[in-house]
Design a binder for this molecule. Sequence first.
Ligand SMILES: Nc1nc2c(ncn2[C@@H]2O[C@H](COP(=O)(O)OP(=O)(O)OP(=O)(O)O)[C@@H](O)[C@H]2O)c(=O)[nH]1
Ligand SMILES: [Mg+2]
Length: 293
Amino acid sequence: MHKKCGTVAIIGQPNAGKSTLTNLFVGGKISIVSHKVQTTRVRTLGIAIYEETQLVLLDTPGIFKPKKTLEKSLVKSAWNTVKGVDALVLLVDATYHNLSSSFDILDELKTDSPLVLVLNKVDQLTEEKVKTIAEQFSRYKNVEKTFCISALNAQGTDELKQELANKMPYSEWHYPEDILSNQPENLWAAEITREQLYLQLHEEIPYETYVVPESFEYFEDGSVKISQAVVVARSSQKGIILGAKGSRIKSIGEKTRKILETEMNQRVHLKLFVKVENDWMEKSSIRKDLGLE
Ligand SMILES: Nc1nc2c(ncn2[C@@H]2O[C@H](COP(=O)(O)OP(=O)(O)OP(=O)(O)O)[C@@H](O)[C@H]2O)c(=O)[nH]1
Ligand SMILES: [Mg+2]
């Protein structure tokens, strides 16, 4: 059999399950997931294999109508990913009451790449309901095929993976067969901390934080020592992140460390500290450093 390799962009409304699907296909936690919108901030590359085909998956930030500067960067990053890929997946949260955000994406989408429509979270819906939703997309003639899946339960996802593999061109693989992502380990570890910020903090706080890898050191006993700074946009947020007697940052650090240990299969020492960088979202140099510009 001949080898195939190509890129697949996964786009869609915020919270549709793009990162969940990417992780499932890759078989590892390369992209962070939360119940909050705008979890993914920059395009994240994951490498999946289906028989003789290597799929280079591009997980993107959700597409919506942005208002704030940072939101505009996320949406721009998603649209930039669409260009020149070998296949496009438009992922739809089928449980979401309003499909207009997905229709808007389809209306705006200009691409020559084959487009696959994927209705996600069907574990929450009756077959009848899923059928009705699929019918509402029938006017989009550029959709080559529609799949109904649950990225959470891996339902219908093998068929989708096979379809994407079929669409890839004959080519040598772009990456070694044993890597899951091209993301440096220290940046990935900072993302795992940011995931906990999204899961454990409320309101606008997660959106006004970022995590900087400060150091990442391997020891001969097989353990790794990681130090990271959690940056907030206002001094009033520092106390919230620390929590009473440091309880919140402790809980964030403990959960992150456990995930890192499971994923890296080694002992992890994690040190988190909090820094204030007033209104960092408005600073172009910081956005550039974070890959948000
Ligand atoms: N019930 C159900 N929940 C799902 C499914 N797929 C994803 N989710 C949940 O939906 C939420 C959002 O998932 P993500 O993978 O972070 O979504 P995303 O599209 O990457 O979101 P952004 O990065 O914010 O655009 C999480 O709470 C997931 O657990 C699914 O098939 N069924
Ligand atoms: Mg995401």
